[in-house]
Design a binder for this molecule. Structure first.
Ligand code: ADP
Length: 180
């Protein structure tokens, strides 16, 4: 198969909410490919803190300075969405060994569904290795400082969310899943 002149990739995920580990992967992937679509999955099997629109708006803000990146939401199979955008590469981030097992399984399953799409994992930058959306949410929920983990507008949005939940007596609802 001949190499396409323009190589497009997607970086799919839940991004509930976007944090510096995600931003770092997106920025690095944008340097590797002609175009990167950050694809926000609208239907994850997870308890979400933010709506699809909120997750999208925060991601748009986070990546607004990178010209070859667009942010979109999607509801179908990731490989189908990749094809729809003209992407032949799916980018994911890897932090710890437990990420590898899941990414490996997902990549092999997706490869069965779409042999024409490649899966590329970028290693986390060391300073973000222990950063996850669930950790960020838990710290914010308990009133801790997340300033080094997320952009300021994400920290503000989380405070507002948790204040809103507390005022409706829902602060004890389980907001995060085991893995994010
Ligand atoms: P998903 O539900 O698809 O796992 P996430 O929003 O949790 O969505 O993560 C999206 C992608 O970003 C995944 O590939 C995940 O491994 C990666 N990722 C999450 N946190 C980090 C981090 N700190 N460093 C590098 N990659 C990360």
């Amino acid at each position: 198969m001949s190499k396409p002149t323009e190589v497009r990739a997607i970086y799919p995920g839940t991004f509930d909410p976007v944090h510096h580990g995600h931003i770092d992967i997106a920025a690095r992937a944008a340097k590797l490919f002609d175009h990167l679509t950050v694809a926000i999955y609208a239907r994850p099997l997870k308890n979400l803190l933010f709506s699809t629109e909120e997750r999208e708006a925060m991601m748009v803000k986070a990546l607004r300075d990178i010209p070859n990146v667009s942010v979109r939401t999607y509801r179908q199979l990731t490989v189908e969405y990749a094809r729809q955008t003209g992407a032949r590469v799916v980018v994911r981030g890897l932090r710890v060994i437990s990420d590898f097992e899941l990414e490996f399984q997902m990549a092999l399953t997706n490869k069965k569904l779409a042999p024409d799409i490649e899966f590329v994992c970028l290693m986390t930058s060391q300073k973000y290795a222990f950063l996850s959306a669930s950790t960020v949410k838990e710290i914010a929920m308990l009133g801790g400082c997340v300033d080094t983990m997320v952009p300021p507008y994400v920290a503000t949005a989380m405070s507002a969310k948790f204040e809103g939940l507390a005022s409706t007596g829902e602060e004890n609802v389980e907001l995060v899943s085991l893995r994010d």
